[in-house]
Ligand binder design. Sequence first.
Ligand code: 0A1
Ligand code: ZN
Length: 862
Amino acid sequence: MTANTNTRNVKSRHDYQPPAFIISTVKLCFELDNTATKVTSVMQLQRRQAGAPLKLDGQHLQLLSVAVNGKQLSEHEYRLDDESLTLDTLPDSFELTVVTQLSPQTNTALEGLYLAGQTFCTQCEAEGFRRISYFLDRPDVLAEYFVTIIAPAEQYPFLLSNGNKLSEHIDSAGNRVVQWHDPFAKPCYLFALVAGDFDRLTERFVTQSGRDVSLELYVDKGAAAKGEFALQALKRAMRWDEQRFNLEYDLDIYMVVAVDFFNMGAMENKGLNIFNSKYVLADAGTATDKDYFNIESIIGHEYFHNWTGNRVTCRDWFQLSLKEGLTVFRDQEFSADMGSPTLCRIDAVKLIRTAQFAEDAGPMAHPIRPEQVLEMNNFYTVTVYDKGAEVIRMLQTLLGRNGFAAGLALYLQRHDGQAVTCDDFLQAMQDATAKDLSRFALWYSQSGTPELAVSQHYDAPSAQLTLNLSQHTPATTDQPIKQALMLPVQIELLFADGTKQQHLLVMQEASQQFLLPEIHTEPVVVWLEHFSAPVKLKADIDDRHLLFIAGNASDGVARWDAMQQFWSRKVAQAIAGNAVEDVLPEALVSMMASWLQQPEPDLALTAELLSLPDFDTLAEQYQQVPVDGILAALAGFKQLLAMRLREPLLQCYQRLPLSAYHYDQAAAAQRRLRSLCLHYLALSAVDATELLQQHYQSADNMTDTMAALAASQQAQPATFNLLIDDFAQRWQHDALVMDKCFALVASDPAEQVFDGIETMLRHPLFSWHNPNRVRALYSAFSMRNPQQFHRLDGKGYAALEQVVGKLDGINAQVAARLITPLLSWRRFDPVRQQLMQAALQRLANIPGLSNDVYEKVNRSLT
Ligand code: 0A1
Ligand code: ZN
């Protein structure tokens, strides 16, 4: 039996109503205390709708008093329940004073005001402000904030909030009293407060128009050196946004605080970003190249929100992609400009093809602008963020870089200071470029992954190339009927004489034919260069042509993609019963050998060209995922390649020079290729123990250390056990590094993983209250360990079920994120289906299950 959705309050996009009141200014005073923080809120309200009551949102609050225009109300003059405070008779314009009390220490949900270790901090997006005070907690109520923070001076040297600091003093009781004012009206989800003791790093940034901005980065005491990279990344992001989009920072101060307890990556609160410390702290010894990359990208992301999100925000939460899709696109463009555009694009495509395609094919399928939401926190998804960014990227492809930039400028200028919709955004794009985007708008309302079938016909006498394209979006769980979308299809023609031509085909209908004249020999067509649309391509390209594309296309993404398509086919052939040796063409082996002998200028591209698709990418191509078949085929091919390519792998590995660690694109690319070689070498029949030991021992950085650990884990268990013990011992006091240890232990493909996880749960640094710790263990287990997660005895599913059940009462948001791998149970064989479904059913039966987990379990079971 499944729980019934009707019993819970699902909201629909179409039910939007403007607020009955607006709040123009709010004065907040916080008297901080671990278990009894007092919040006094003085708001100026104006009526916008005659006769309506004022219904303020509030949760987990103790109401101390309410006053209208200074007059205290008695209990029968308002209505109070678990979710709201309602006042019925009110003037058109008035001052409302609400005093509440709350307990940050027992707030394990990490929404609203909570304690991250010793630090007070807030997280208000999406609906966390209602855990701080009674308010109109919705993004279209924009107010000017004045904030006073009071806390014991010695314990809390830093009391921070949004905007500019007005004053600071210590009162007669020894309390520090700090006042802040944010001149930009904002929705309450952008409010932030931090109180604690930190190391502070400072920098200056002079904007293009000459504004002198003070940059301040706050980290745990003793960690200052680890904040330097993030601070410099912030300066690069600020400069980049000026140069690329002519967007300048608008306050005199920009603060970033790193905290150890955080549900997500980071938060763009106006002038006071709060970050998960994982995305701020880095040095060679503790952070990998990937960590450095992520830090720069997330620092950029939160900074770019200042315009796309803060200056212009969302009218309601259904519009979330308005700020998130756009800002992810902006951070991707930033990362591409700071490093390798090809590699950035490949990583983005991998995410779309795995997590996003899976989401669209599962019970949580939703358009980038969702239609129905029970718990908003469940919609911070790869669809809203990353498919949202693909939609923006397609717009840029269709309108051209200049057209897109003009559209963005018009959007920001037209709506500065407003809370708007995705339609407003598209309207500005359309007005600035005079392009008809009506069909394009379907990308906002339609869920699902379009399948794009393509074929070509060449007619020599007329020198004409005919390209046939047809699109079809299969029904999704949320939406049975689909329409044809506007699709930009970038192609390249590769001619035998080495010449190339590029074209952009714009599809607007279900089936279309494009005729290319003056084509004098038949070319090989490279479809969907740069992954120009987030679709599944169905093209019947034979092995020889795929390898030709992999060797010759101009676009590195298309080359990598050709290899991915090639391997998907080989894996399918192996699953169909062919021996791996029989399906591997000699031409492939020699091509891979030549890449090892003469790598591309971008060594990371070489590494990608030599990598097989991962389990999730392959799984997405099957209606019913052949778990064991995919795992066996992948293992078989890797082993075979390791043996056939041993010499060139070893030579490439040895040729790549070793120098002292420095994070930059070229050095990171070199490490990537070296680590790929190491992976294969660990798999070759020859004993690689010494090589792995040596790689581990000689590493002067975390990237190489992790490479040795990961490579040994899949092939040399005895070596792995030795190295991981050493690693755990060496880093036992560093929580962020221990997360890497937890994740490695949890991704062990052998059965000992269950004991390993048990041991790690007893580690002094493990805490069920810290999302990073829990995710390190259990996301790794459920998403990076298909062998053990998908065990046929159900032990893997049960392990995840238990964690979700336990965590639901502590931090429902994190619990709901962890559950994802169980949701798509219908994609598996009957035995696994039954086991996964039973695990979900047991979760559904938990009394008092949170909305977060309930919504997902319920959608999955119905
Ligand atoms: N807006 C942030 C992401 C974020 C969303 C929700 C959070 O808590 C529920 C926290 C952060 C971003 O896009 O970076
Ligand atoms: Zn964001």
